[in-house]
Design a protein around this ligand. Sequence first.
Ligand code: NOJ
Length: 756
Amino acid sequence: MTIMEMFLGCMLTKRKDMVGKMTEQELHSLLEEMTLEEKVNQMQQLIGAFLTDEGVVTGPMQEMGLTEERAALAGSVLGTHGAAKLKKMQREFMEKHPHRIPLLFMLDVINGFRTIFPIPLGQGASFEPELSERCAAVAAKESAVSGVHVTFAPMVDLVRDARWGRVMESTGEDPYMNSLFSAAMVKGFQGEDIKEPYRVAACVKHFGGYGAPTAGRDYNTVELSEHTLREFYLPSYKAGIDAGAAMVMTAFNTLGGIPCSGNKWLMRDVLRGEMEFDGVLISDWAAIEEMIYHGYCADRKEAALRAAEAGVDIDMMTGIYSEHLCGLVREGKIPEKLVDEAAARILDLKNRLGLFENPYKDADEKAEAEIILCKEHRELAREAARKSFVLLKNEDALPLKKEGKTAYIGPYVDNRHMMGAWSIIGESKDVTTLQEAVGEYDGSGQAVFCAGSPMVGDDVKLEGFAGSEAQETPVQDAGRMLEEAVGMAKSADTVVMAIGEHYLQSGEASSQANIQVPEVQMELFRKICEVNENVVVVLFSGRPLDIREISEKAKAVLHVWMPGTEGARAIVDVLYGDYNPTGKLPMSFPYCVGQVPVHYNEYATGRPYMPGKNKDRFRSKYLDIPNAPLYPFGYGLSYTSFSVSPVMLDKECMTREENIQAEVKVKNTGARRGTETVQFYIHDVAASVVRPVKELKGFCKVTLEPGEEQTVRFTIDDSKLRFLTENGRQESEAGEFEAFVGTDSATVNCAKFQLV
Ligand code: NOJ
């Protein structure tokens, strides 16, 4: 038996249930028949333009060191969609391919395909992973009928620094929550079996630690201790892998000084070894080549060697594998086995998707017309948007009274760009504006609307996806716009200001040193507040912002992220009280940018600062700002109010075999039906490795009528007390613990117990 047979045999035996039409034997034979070049071609991924007659072929191909023949026989394509187009591309490709091996079509389907859901950070605010599973399933369906086989999602990177533009693609700062969302999204995309209709393969990214770039600058060095990496950053990747993710993507960054795409320890020991990932590992875009610019590889040949040694199966968009892998094998620098293993994994994925049986999978023009943006999908988008909104402040200004005159002012009033920077297939023409949505809801004609200011001034730099300057309304006649808005505000009972970041201010390569609403809109906000005291802010952004001034002056603040296709209708549902807000922050909103990275699950210091309790000078604090964020993780208000009773434990001591029930009574103390997310945190008081001041270990959404009370219980068992101890094992340690139950991470409602 050859090494390849042994490898493939073992891989396919593990997945017997998932093997498509192609039998184990047929796959073996196919690999045996393939030349080294053909196997390496499987490891090459290109954009669609290389394989069509769209004309870009010669220039870029030469730059990438690809021959026309090799480009034409690549194993996968990214960034293309459309049933008719992909079917044609697949047909023509397979006709030319010596073994008729189908292409894999991959695309970034992040928060939806064409029906756009709230950005992932907004989905995190729902505290409802099952909702994200449903959104991912819809995104998978729309992608699948459009010919896509694999999505580059979910991004499960843990985030703490709001300067990093990609926080919008994450579900936040908590490893427990991120893990739940990671698994849910993988399940949503893949279902039980990726071969089933309307399913696509998921790709967990970016392995690893991409969410911690130094100073929040995208692609920057990541400096994490192995302990911190394992404790906070790795769990969400592991959860996605355990949920069956077919693919993992490498991160751009270095980790411990070694770029992830060439990091053998990370990829071989941790990913393949400890996490037992046996799917396809793809590089991020040109990340193999970037190992040269990191200063890790002298040239393209060394980059090919390092990436192959680390076990990267697919090279996204460089041509380095095509250029060098065969030579490296022939020179004896890498064993052919590495290429065989990679090709086998890629063929296995194609087989699991059923592509040898039906290379078009679900691509279907008729289904595309019927399914994409259908009513049911739009309804889910509206539900998801409503559940993502976080009410940060409300001094009785919301819900809006139906009588009285409301002025809607701000650049988001008549704007369709609320899908977030990663919604590459979403079209703004499908999005309802806030003005239209208010019109649909309230036909009285009482409401008035104006922009009041441009979205951004000349001080804000925007870059579109293709590197081109983003299309933006010119700063024309800002004075006249302001005047009109002030006039409207003066004669209105309430002003709803729809303001926030431009959608291109967050996203890849959109780091910001200042995280505020653009100054031109802040000038408008200040002027409006001078003439009307009833200002409600509907705030759009892809990241937590410094909103101190807004929070001080506005009567109410509703944070709506980038809410997607049905975002505006969902905003109206909440503004007028048809939906009572339920969202909770998945990431702390800093007091100001100087505080970041700020997150609730920090470690205590040897000199903790407790305002009002200790006044010593030499404490861990800032002289000019508080330590606490403006709004902490887990925070979010409702139109009603809730009380939570003190935490009651059924016993104060447990062994590892026992458990303790922590119980609170939650009561709706307001006048409306509402939903509260009751959160359960643990603190291990003294341990061999210091523990976070609080760690989320569970949560529960309860819906209560006015005056209604419900008992909420959380079970504390050994699994909730384990951590990576000084022995390098996941285990609990005997001693004192605190169990907190409350409505956000700042809760002090706690009871103590012992593990003996
Ligand atoms: C680069 C991004 O980092 C990654 O998330 C994305 O999937 C690829 N480009 C492909 O578009």
